[in-house]
Write a protein that binds this ligand. Structure first.
Ligand code: 5GP
Ligand code: MG
Ligand code: MG
Length: 182
């Protein structure tokens, strides 16, 4: 739990997220139409709500797998060193792979994860991030699809946490400390 009191201001509504996912899924469907070997890979834990909505909107035969990479821990600072805490259960050689992430921030996480997965020789490797903070980028990485570009704000909700809380909010909001700026 955060020691400092804060409130959450809504930034992207549940309705706006659902509409964006519909549009994204039409594009993803066009990309993967005809495949019967797609594996949708969610990066734990932040993407769990996004991947759940995404796969239910995708009218394709898919499998789902998960991978966990180290990230912020319980703080608000990104770490540059990415470690794999939990690897995929299945092999992806020759498979079509869609990696699903919550936020691309510095870019280190998805850069590292997509290189690792590419080294396993999938037939196709694509990535999607719900949110992108381009102003924070430290490595040159761009997801194939992005839900929303956002400014450099610390966000929560829709799977994304602050100190493990607020993942169950149905919208994306930003944290505002009420005893002054962060
Ligand atoms: P990157 O490696 O691109 O710097 O960071 C990616 C990860 O940092 C995201 O998957 C997410 O877990 C975390 N992250 C980046 N921005 C935020 C944010 O505003 N709020 C939260 N809770 N996590 C964030
Ligand atoms: Mg993450
Ligand atoms: Mg986190």
């Amino acid at each position: 739990m955060s020691a400092r009191p804060y409130v959450i201001d809504e930034m992207i509504s549940a309705k706006a997220i659902a509409a964006r996912i519909e549009a994204l899924c039409r594009e993803i469907h066009d990309e993967f139409d005809g495949t019967d070997k797609l594996v949708v890979v969610g990066l734990l834990r932040g993407s769990f709500v996004f991947i759940a909505d995404l796969v239910r909107e995708l009218d394709l035969p898919i499998e789902v797998d998960f991978l966990e990479a180290s990230s912020y821990g319980d703080g608000m600072e990104s770490s540059r060193e990415v470690r794999i805490l939990k690897d995929l259960r299945g092999a992806i050689e020759g498979r079509d792979v869609l990696v699903v992430e919550d936020i691309v921030d510095t870019g280190h996480t998805l850069n590292h994860v997509t290189r690792l997965l590419a080294s396993r020789n999938p037939a196709r490797l694509k990535s999607i991030a719900l949110l992108d903070k381009p102003s924070r980028r430290e490595v040159d990485f761009k997801a194939d699809w992005t839900g929303f570009e956002i400014p450099d704000e610390f966000v929560v909700g829709y799977g994304i946490d602050f100190a493990q809380r607020n993942r169950n909010l149905p919208f994306i909001g930003k944290v505002r400390f009420i005893d002054g700026p962060a």
